[in-house]
Design a protein around this ligand. Sequence first.
Ligand code: GDP
Length: 468
Amino acid sequence: MRQSLARELSNLIERGRDRQLRLAVTGLSRAGKTAFLTSLVYQLRHAGLEARLDLLPAAREGRLLGAQRVAQQDLGVPRFPFDEAMLALDDSPPRWPEPTRGISELRLHIRYRPQRGGLLGGLGRDSATLTLDLFDYPGEWLLDLPLLDHDYLSWSTGQQTSLSPERRTLASGWLDAVADLDPAAAADEGELARIAQHYAEALRAAREAGFADLQPGRFLLPGDLDGAPVLQFFPLPGLDVDDRQRLETLPEDSVYHTLARRFAYYQQHIVRPFYQEHFRRFDRQIVLVDVLGALNAGPERFEDLSRALATLMQSFDYGKRSLISRLFSPRIDRLAIAATKADHVTPEQHVNLVSLLEALLGEPLKDLRFADIPVKAFSLASIRATRAHEVEHQGKHAPALRGTTQDGEETLVFPGEVPVRLPRSDFWTRQGFAFHAFRPLSREARGDGLPHIRMDAALDWLIGDKLT
Ligand code: GDP
C-alpha cells in the first residue's frame, strides 16, 4: 500500500517537474558553436566513463550515468551532425568539424541518479532521465532583431550612416552598381537581382575582413534561401526619412516599393518565424564569443564585434519595454556567455579573458542584470588543442603553449597577454598579438576522452540544477 502510494506520488512529481530542457547555443560565425556542441554531446555521452567533468557535481559525485541520442521532435529541423564531427576529429591528421550553417537540433536522454536528500532521491528512485534538446543557430540571425523595429525607409537610411570608410571600400562594387538606380523607376527584376548580389558580396567581404555588425543576417548564411527573391533587396543610398510622403506616392511597381515589399516579406517570413517558432521556446542559452580572434584582428574589428554583440544581446534583454519582450514572449531563464578557444592562451590569462568578455558586453550585461536574468561569464575551450608548459628563459620560468599548427608543425609559443579591460589605442601599438590556429590533438595524443577547458563549469551552470 505504502509502496503504491509512493509510486503515485513519484509519477505526479515526475510530470510536474521540469524533465525537459531546451538549451540553445549561438555565436557569430567561427565563434566555435560546432566545436562546442560536439564537445558537449561527447562529454555527456561519456560521463561516468572517460569524460572529465569534475566541476559538474552530478558527474563528480558519480551520479551522472551517461546520455543517449534519441529521435528529435521537430522533424523540420536538420539534425546536428555529431557523427561527422567526431569523424573529422578522429581523422589523421585530425580536422576541425565542418561548421553548421543554419539551425540544427539534437535530443539527448541524460540518465542520472538523483541526490539522496533530493526530491526524487527521497522517493527511492534509482535513476531519472532528463530530456535535453540542443539547438545550434547562427548568431547572425539575432542581428536581424532590430530590423523588426524599422520599415524599409528607416532601415535604409540607418544602414547608410553605419558604413565606416573601410566598409565603404569593401562595398565599392555595390555602391557603384546602385549609384544610378532611380527609386521612382519601374523595377527591373534582373537589375535588382544583380545589385542585390553585389550587396550580399559586400557583406561577405566585410565578414571576411573580420567585421561582424552586418545586416541582414540571412544574406551571409542564406541556406536554402540562396537565390530567392526574398533575399534580393538592399538599402537605397541617398534616401532621407523626410522624403517619406513623396516616396509613398511612387507607383507600386517602382524600385522603391518593390524593395520595400521584399524587406517587409523578409521581416514577416524570415525573421519573425525564427523568433516565434524557435527562440521563444528556448529555456537556456549560451552565447559564444571569439574574443581572442577579435583581439588578433585589431582595433577596428574589435570595436565592430562590440557593436555586433550589443545588437545580438538585445534578443536577451527581457526588460518590459524591450523590443523582444514587446514582440515575443521569450522564456530563457538563464544565460551563459563564454569566450571560446581559451586554449589559445596560457592558463594564467584565463581570468583576464573573462574580464575582457565582461567588459566587451558591459552595456548589454547591465540591461540583463536589470531585467533579472541570471547570467554568468566563462572562458572555455570546447576542444583543447594545446598543452600548457613552463619554459625557462634567462633563469626565469615563463608559461608557454605547445601545439600543432594547421600545417602540421609542432610549436612552443607564448601568445601574449590578454588585456583585462577594453584595450585603449596605445595597447594596439604597444603590444602585438599572435594567436596561432592549432590543429585538434590526434586521437593518440588525446588519450581517453576529449580534452576541454571548463566545459564542465558551463554545463553545471546550464543544466546542473536539473540533475539534482
Ligand atoms: P562556428 O562557425 O561557430 O560553428 O565555429 P566552429 O565551431 O566551426 O569553430 C571555428 C574554428 O575555431 C574551428 O574550425 C577551430 O579552428 C576553432 N576552434 C573552435 N573551438 C576551438 C577550441 O576549443 N580550441 C581551439 N584551439 N580552436 C577552436
